[in-house]
Structure formats: C-alpha cells, structure tokens
Design a protein around this ligand. Structure first.
Ligand SMILES: [Zn+2]
Length: 344
C-alpha cells in the first residue's frame, strides 16, 4: 500500500522525485550517483534535473557579504523544520533577518489574546537571536486567517524588505508542498515565491524604486515542507544541531519543544520514575527532550516529518534537513563566445 510514509521516504531518497522530474531517466538514482560533493567556494551549486545534492559544512566564512531572510508564518516553524540550515548558513558568513507573517494569536499560552500575541512575539525575538539573525520583521497578519488577506499587499511588503535588505537567499515553506493544511503556511509560501523574483523587476512596485530602493531579486531558495515535496538538497546539520535545539528551546509559548522536557520530567517524578536521557535538571531535560524526542524519536508524531537523525543516517551524516532548493543557473553563453567566436 502506498502510504503517506512510503511516499515521504520515496521523496527523501530521491526515487519518486527522479521519476517525477526527469522522465527521461526513469531508473532510481543510486545513492552514490545522487550524492554530489559540496561546493568549495561560496557559490552554491547549480541544480540540474534529477540531482540530489548533499550540502556539507563549509570551512571559514564563504558566505560573508550575503544576506539571508528566514521567513515563517509562526514563531515555531523555522525552529522545527529549518533551523539547522539557517544556523549553518549564518555560521558560514551570512547576515540575515527573520520575517514572521502572523501575530500567532491562536497558538500557545496566555490568559488573553493580547498575552498570547505578546508571548509569541518574545519567543520569536528569541528565535531570531538563537539563529544569529540581527533584524526581526513582524508583519502581524491575523493567525489562521492569512487566506483572507490581500496577497498583493503581502507581496509588496515582502518585496520592499527583500530590496531594502538586499536579500540573496531565503528559507521558507515550499509553495509546491503537498497536503499542507494550514492557510498561513501555504499563503506565506506562495506569496514569498512570487515576491522573491518580482523584487528583481524594475516594473513592479515602482514607488519603492522612486524612494531610492533598487531592484534586487533573490538568488537562492531553500523550501521546506511538512508533507511530501520534491527534495533535491539534503543539508548536513550535524555541526548546527545544538543551535537548532537552542532555537526550539526559545519557543516556550507554543509548539512541541520549549519547556516540555521539564514538564515530562516533572510528570514522571510524580509517578516515581525518570528517564535517564532527560538528565538531572530542567534545562538539560528541555535540551535533551528536543534533541532526542522532538527531532528524533517522536518526530513523526510531534512534527509530522521523519526524524532529522534518520534522514541524516540515510546519507551518511549524523543529522540532516531536506529541502526543495532552487538556485540561479549560470549562463554559459559568454564562455561559449570566448571559446568559439571568430573574427569577422
Ligand atoms: Zn506554523
């Protein structure tokens, strides 16, 4: 039976993606064929059809001078699905900003709606700090109601930010991910995708250009999803997994991470039991619960995606995140001209 899990696994191993993307190469890519070496320089590789790239940690700060925008509808999205990659890219030289689309009024703790909004805003700020992102934009659309908002308005605001910050790379939900049930997720993803290339146009939102901004399109996109998606990039987050844990620890108001390790430890104590992996204090319990339970043991139940550790194991690394990556192909024309042009 073709279960959702089977479908996910097929996607993450590249077999289904290969069939869907490259009908001329229907055979399943072997892992050896699929794994490509990581780029030696700062420039990410150009994707070709059917390839699955393993993006490994890069030495030094090869991304220095480049700007990243990490974009999420809610304060816990990036932490759960892409924080390892964002932290890795920042450690390799990116500077960046965090953009949150909603006010998170429907999620988490607080006695009133106002309290919930404030608690999530504090958490979101802490997420940005944990990821090393130096600027936070809160667009504050109403939680669970983004399908009622003007996409033109959201797009215009995002294009403004992309031009203002000169964003080169974005990390966000996949606009082509399947079975996404949350309207905030799919509206954000779809608007971000259109804004990412329209920001480079000199004909769109020209009033921004009149105010002094320049057209600036996004060059690289890392798209994550909770359901089946075309995965063509596996990012080795072994070096940033602990930063991902810290990012998830920041979400104490909503989501499966935060302080749930301490709560589990307290519950077990009332039952006169303990789990050795949770350690002997609340802080350790929170860290360990996130790393061992949320991101690994109980990942399908708590996040709806396979374990980061299991995904990594498939590709010979300790921890990994999967993405639908879209780069900007380089033109070969000038090289062709240099090699083949003849005198008149
Ligand atoms: Zn969300």
């Amino acid at each position: 039976m073709w279960t959702r899990r089977t479908f996910l696994e097929a996607l993450s191993t590249g077999s289904l993606a290969t069939r869907r993307v490259t009908p001329r190469r229907p055979s399943r890519l072997s892992e050896r064929d699929a794994v490509q070496p990581s780029p030696a320089g700062s420039r990410a590789e150009t994707m070709r059809e059917g390839e699955l790239v393993i993006e490994r940690p890069l030495a030094g700060r090869p991304h220095a001078g480049k700007v990243l925008a990490a974009i999420q509808p809610h304060s816990d999205d990036l932490a759960l699905f892409a924080a390892g990659t964002v932290a890795k890219l920042v450690s390799e030289g990116y500077t960046g900003c965090l953009i949150r689309l909603t006010n998170d009024e429907k999620a988490g703790r607080g006695a009133t709606t106002g309290e919930i909004v404030l608690n999530n805003e504090h958490d979101n700020d802490a997420v940005g700090a944990a990821l090393g992102l130096t600027k936070v934009f809160n667009l504050n659309y109403r939680n669970h109601r983004m399908d009622n908002e003007s996409r033109q308005e959201i797009r215009g605001r995002l294009i403004h930010i992309f031009r203002l910050m000169k964003v080169d790379t974005i990390v966000c939900y996949d606009p082509w991910g399947h079975y996404e049930e949350n309207p905030d997720h799919y509206v954000t993803a779809q608007v971000v995708e259109s804004a990412s290339w329209m920001a480079g146009s000199s004909r769109d939102y020209v009033e921004q250009l009149e105010s002094g901004l320049k057209p600036h399109g996004v060059s690289e996109r890392y798209y994550f999803a909770r359901g089946p998606q075309l995965i063509n990039r596996i990012v080795d987050i072994s070096g940033s997994i602990d930063r991902k844990v810290e990012c998830n620890r920041a979400n104490v108001t909503q989501g499966p991470a935060g302080e749930n390790g301490a709560r589990l430890r307290a519950r077990l104590a009332t039952e006169k039991r303990r789990l050795p992996i949770l350690g002997n204090d609340d802080e350790t319990a929170n860290r360990q619960y996130i790393k061992q339970v949320v991101l690994d043991l109980d990942s399908p139940a708590l996040r709806g995606v396979p374990s980061d550790r299991e995904l990594g194991r498939r590709y010979g690394v300790d921890w990994a995140e999967g993405f639908h990556y879209i780069g900007r192909p380089e033109s070969r024309l000038e090289q062709y001209i240099a090699e083949n042009a003849v005198a008149l």
